[in-house]
Design a protein around this ligand. Structure first.
Ligand SMILES: *Cc1c(COP(=O)(O)O)cnc(C)c1O
Length: 401
């Protein structure tokens, strides 16, 4: 999406604004399917929580993707977008047995990640197949808050508890149809991933009824120039071969699954905000925009880097700015960034705004959440309206005192 298009979208829909490029999503989807073309049965389940707009889900449906969901509400969004329940997998953590039952009744594939619920579910519904989430205790790279495979992680059933899983299966007569792992975001190193793969495949061998192996996600995309990214082509070649060999050994054609979020949508998104004020202090120049961590929390929560450019003045002299929000607490998007000269009223563009940006937005400071636009085959579609004051008041009960 070039800057003139982005500027015209801000003219049309106002700021702040999220814009997603459907062609980039399609390209990333095809990159994975091409990388794993050697695997006979491959299934990509897009992780809804990264960007959960129903129109984006429809785009994934068009691409033949399934979806990965973590709440019954995400399941309902997927059904609303037209997904067959069979193309939805539910991989929650820490939810109630009741919620799992309700999702199972919709015909959605269930993934269980603790022994207590596994045993209760197996006793009540021995005939509903269940996938189990294993924690292989392999450390994925990246930020400690997004690495979920380590020993202290709350996710998955420990690999050391496989004997206990087998006992539960035996006692209840339940049917395990899949083995799953999700080691957390940011797989930088394919060897580490393949190590976890061996552990997962060893677990598959413990059960005779497996139909699919779900390798989760954690694919890293570049957030800045020369950033490391998961080499999906190399992973496809090496894991694809290993998987095919394993199927031969197991004696059955298994489906290989992935559930990427960030990889599929991160780079498709741009976040556009207008500069309200330039403020010089004794040590820095602040560019204050008409947004805050209420709209894009990743820099404050994960210390993530989002590249920021001034699309109103792309050829201006580069100067150093600290880009901050309008929230009444420390609210920094980027410190000491080199950006072409910024004037009040300019539009700043944040890259990698597709994943975990809008979906983590809030109304903090009683601000409206932004609008979302999807650019699809050369046309722009408003896929979420900007909120209004009614949205702020919705569900509030204004009592007489
Ligand atoms: C969040 C999540 C994903 C997606 O992770 P990305 O890093 O965005 O690819 C996949 N699977 C599960 C179970 C998740 O919770």
């Amino acid at each position: 999406m070039d800057r003139n298009l982005l500027l015209s979208l801000v003219e049309k829909y106002d700021s702040p604004l999220y814009v997603y490029d459907a062609s980039k999503i399609e390209k990333q989807y095809k990159r994975i399917t091409n990388a794993f073309s050697s695997v006979k049965s491959l299934k990509i389940n897009y992780a809804v929580k990264a960007l959960s707009n129903v129109s984006v889900l429809k785009l994934f449906k068009k691409l033949n993707s399934g979806i990965d969901t973590v709440s019954i509400q995400e399941v309902h969004l997927g059904l609303k977008a037209g997904f067959d329940p069979k193309d939805i997998i539910f991989t929650p953590n820490g939810v109630s047995l009741q919620e799992i039952e309700n999702v199972a009744k919709l015909g959605v594939n269930i993934n269980i990640d603790n022994l207590s619920i596994l045993e209760q579910f197996g006793q009540k519904y021995p005939n509903i197949p269940v996938c189990i989430r294993i924690n292989p205790h392999v450390m994925a790279g990246g930020h400690h808050k997004i690495s979920v495979g380590h020993i202290d992680s709350k996710f998955g059933i420990s690999i050391y508890q496989v004997p206990h899983i087998k006992r539960v299966v035996e006692n209840t007569g339940m049917h395990i149809n899949g083995i799953h792992m999700h080691t957390g975001s940011d797989i930088l190193d394919i060897d580490t991933f393949l190590r976890a793969t061996e552990i997962l495949l060893d677990t598959v061998k413990e059960f005779e009824t497996i139909d699919f192996v779900d390798f989760g996600s954690g694919f890293k995309v570049p957030y800045k120039e020369n950033d490391i990214e998961t080499n999906i082509e190399e992973l496809g070649e090496r894991l694809g071969k290993r998987f095919n060999d394993f199927c031969a050994e197991y004696g059955r054609e298994l489906t290989l699954m992935f559930e990427p979020g960030k990889f599929l949508v991160s780079e498709s998104g741009k976040f556009l905000a207008e500069v309200n004020v330039i403020k010089q202090t004794t040590s820095t120049v602040f560019a204050g925009i008409d947004s805050g961590f209420n709209h894009l929390i990743r820099p404050m929560m994960y210390e993530s880097y989002h590249h920021i450019s001034n699309i109103s003045n792309p050829t201006g002299r580069e100067r150093y700015y600290t880009v901050v929000g309008y929230i009444c607490e420390t609210d920094t998007f980027g410190s000491n960034r080199k950006i072409s000269e910024v004037t009040e009223g300019d539009i700043l563009c944040f890259d990698n705004a597709g994943a975990y940006c809008y979906s983590m937005a809030s109304n903090y400071n009683s601000r409206y959440r932004p609008a979302e636009v999807l650019v699809y085959k050369g046309k722009d579609y408003l896929i979420r309206e900007r909120e209004t004051f009614d949205d702020i008041l919705r569900n509030q009960v204004d009592i007489d005192l």
